[in-house]
Design a protein around this ligand. Structure first.
Ligand code: ADP
Ligand code: MG
Length: 458
């Protein structure tokens, strides 16, 4: 693409996106993005600050790519850089993550600002759905935010990726920032801490490094498992941690596993981590998934029908909440982009990779219908007392197939056929014996009935 074409395509995306999202969103997130460079299928945009950069990356980048793909049938990368940071430098930094900090040339971004993570304003207690899978973690964090968890320090939140650890930790930060504005909060990740430590050593800035940590009232440390990669860093962290801890400063840590399960973690750190409160975030149940989706739709003023919400919650392959919300975003975007009504059938065919492929389970009534059609009799005949062979055989077949293909109990099958559970058991045993004895009629008939059931399932 020639440079001009690409500029034209940003204009095009801008016009397209204007059609799809609210004016408020445009003003807040999109309007101030500027095209800085266009190279081999990569459009680099510049955001005026870190927050807009993060937000656009989290919420709109796939959307923007989709628009481009749709309009030009090309896979275009979209990169967002910070104002004052040259696109090339950002690219270099992304390729070489360890040098990332060197690309920050914006003089407004101080070293300390850079070695911390801005609190995500969206990650609050209000936007977090508390349920069975996370209620202890939620309560512990809420107490910590209010200043009630002094006896339980640190709070160590562990769980698989995408289940809400970072969200909860930032919720504590956001709560404290509003309610106790004088408190000095530092939010950092294991990865940034490692980098900061190495950088401070190289630049002989260890005194500033220590001073910075001395001034903290609340330490929010995300993905602490990563520091086990650096033995010297662990020593330093142990020292900082112990100081904060003995000065009664609140510490919240998140990790993907229990302290003892972090390979190479210093034993002293492991025992410190275990001295406070350890809370786990588990995988959400279907009901929790529904509540999380509904909450998300409400916050973002999106609409998806209840049966689609239920289908997604029941059938999504991944247990991660991040993936769950990702699928919901994709559904919303598709609906808006293609202007189609989103139904269960639509997402089952368009987004099938996200969902478990279940064969439709037939109900007892559907099986009875298939057997009745095959033998040309009625359910009422099967339910009758008749012991005629042309009724008994289909009745036994139906009972056997229901027993083998549905979760129905003997008792509930009995109630369909007006019989007690031992009679039902006899019917099943009879068919099983015939199969064992290679009874040709029974085997062939069952095969044919199974075929009909498969056709019915599709
Ligand atoms: P983790 O840090 O455990 O990998 P995150 O905190 O980044 O997970 O959560 C992933 C995504 O799921 C975020 O967008 C977060 O807002 C959302 N999320 C996770 N759990 C919940 C919840 N219980 N209620 C609302 N949103 C949630
Ligand atoms: Mg996280």
């Amino acid at each position: 693409m020639a440079n001009n074409d690409k500029k034209a395509s940003w204009q095009h995306i801008f016009n397209e996106i204007k059609e799809k999202i609210t004016d408020e969103e445009i003003l807040k997130w999109i309007k101030d993005l500027k095209v800085v460079s266009i190279e081999a299928n990569t459009i680099t945009l510049e955001a005026p600050n870190k927050y807009i950069k993060m937000w656009v990356e989290d919420h709109y980048i796939d959307y923007l790519k989709d628009i481009l793909k749709n309009s030009y049938q090309i896979e275009t990368n979209i990169k967002i850089t910070l104002k004052g940071v040259k696109a090339r430098e950002t690219e270099k930094a992304e390729n070489k993550a360890e040098n990332h900090e060197e690309t920050i040339s914006d003089k407004h971004v101080s070293n300390n600002d850079y070695f911390s993570v801005p609190l995500n304003k969206y990650y609050t207690f209000e936007t977090f759905v508390a349920g069975k899978s996370n209620r202890f973690a939620y309560a512990a964090c809420m107490n910590a935010a209010k200043g009630f968890e002094r006896l339980n320090n640190p709070i160590y939140i562990h769980g698989d990726v995408g289940l809400g650890k970072t969200h909860l930790m930032h919720a504590v930060g956001n709560y404290i920032r509003i309610n106790f504005p004088k408190k000095n909060i530092l939010c950092i990740t294991g990865e940034l801490f490692l980098k900061e430590y190495v950088k401070s050593l190289q630049n002989k800035h260890m005194i500033e490094f220590k001073e910075k940590y001395d001034a903290i009232d609340v330490l929010l440390f995300d993905d602490v498992q990563i520091i086990s990669k650096g033995p010297a860093t662990m020593d330093e962290f142990f020292f900082l941690f112990s100081k904060l801890y003995s000065n009664d400063k609140q510490i919240i840590l998140t990790s993907n596993s229990l302290p003892d399960d972090i390979i190479d973690l210093d034993k002293r750190l492991s025992s410190r981590f275990q001295s406070g409160l350890i809370v786990e975030i588990g995988t959400p149940s279907i009901d929790e998934k529904i509540a999380i989706i509904e909450n998300y739709l409400k916050i973002n003023k999106y609409y998806i029908s209840n049966d689609v919400v239920k289908f997604v919650a029941e059938n999504i392959k991944s247990d991660s909440t991040r993936d769950l919300l990702g699928v919901i975003n994709t559904i919303v975007v598709k609906g808006q982009l293609y202007n189609v009504e989103i139904t269960v059938d639509y997402i089952q065919s368009e987004l099938k990779n996200f969902f478990l492929q279940r064969d439709k389970v037939l109900s007892p009534n559907e099986i009875i219908q298939i057997v009745c059609e095959y033998y040309n009799i009625k359910l009422i005949d099967m339910q009758s007392k008749s012991r005629a062979v042309n009724i008994v055989t289909p009745r036994n077949m139906a009972i056997y197939l229901i027993y083998k293909n549905t979760p129905s109990s003997l008792k509930s099958i009995g109630s369909i056929f007006n019989r007690d559970h031992s009679t039902i058991k006899n019917s099943i045993t009879k068919i099983e014996n015939e199969i064992k004895n290679n009874n040709e009629y029974t085997i062939n008939t069952l095969k044919e009935l199974k075929n009909r059931m498969n056709v019915f399932q599709r």
